[in-house]
Design a protein. Structure first.
Length: 206
């Protein structure tokens, strides 16, 4: 149980907001598995949970506010939980308060909202896991493709025209591998998936 104190004059509603705002935002983010934040000097940084983030653009500051430099999201933990789980701010605040052991009032978050939030949390965790595996495979595929292309170019450079002639098939493959590399590096998930599941890539990833 976290011991927090709010002035008595506050209404119940602002009371709960005030209390929740005192909880460390990074703790809330990690509790709900919203993002995996890493300390970076005075900030915490991670992949943005609001948009499809490729490089960590999501920051949490010492004032407990979060900002994404990718999609522009800005707010506190309540705004973030509300956004990610599709809750109203008051529902998000109540859920956080309850999960952090703060009893403010007797009205809990509706069962439906909690069930929805839990389901969304599971889905978000699964999505992150899939994205992680996808990224690992993509990086490995890029490594292999780049090795192939470099090796072929070396062979071609060393062998001159005759090599080009003899290695026409190899050259053709290189073009294709370069194309697959471009697909893997593109922002289009369909293209990335196509390249990743191409037999030329798959055989090296098994
Ligand atoms: Zn974002």
């Amino acid at each position: 149980m976290i011991q927090l104190h709010a002035p008595n004059s506050l209404s119940r509603k602002s009371n709960i907001f005030q209390l929740v705002k005192q909880i460390n935002t990074v703790d809330i983010i990690h509790k709900y598995n919203i993002a995996n934040m890493h300390r970076h000097g005075r900030y915490w940084v991670g992949l943005c949970p609001v948009h499809q983030d490729k490089k960590p653009s999501f920051y949490t500051f010492q004032d407990n506010k979060c900002k994404c430099w990718g999609c522009g999201f800005y707010g506190d933990a309540i705004d973030l939980v509300a956004k990610v789980y599709g809750l109203r701010p008051i529902e998000a605040a109540r859920m956080i308060a309850r999960d952090f052991g703060i009893e403010v009032d007797n009205r809990p978050v509706s069962l439906e909202a909690r069930r929805k939030a839990k389901q969304l949390a599971i889905e978000a965790a699964q999505k992150r896991e899939i994205e992680k595996i996808f990224k690992q495979k993509r990086d490995r595929a890029l490594e292999i493709l780049s090795l192939f292309v470099r090796t072929t170019n070396h062979v071609l450079a060393a062998g001159g025209y005759q090599a080009h002639y003899d290695l026409a098939e190899l050259l053709h493959k290189t073009d294709y591998q370069e194309y697959l590399t471009e697909c893997l590096l593109s922002k289009d998930p369909d293209l990335q998936l196509m390249a990743l599941t191409a037999p030329e890539v798959q055989q090296w990833l098994e």
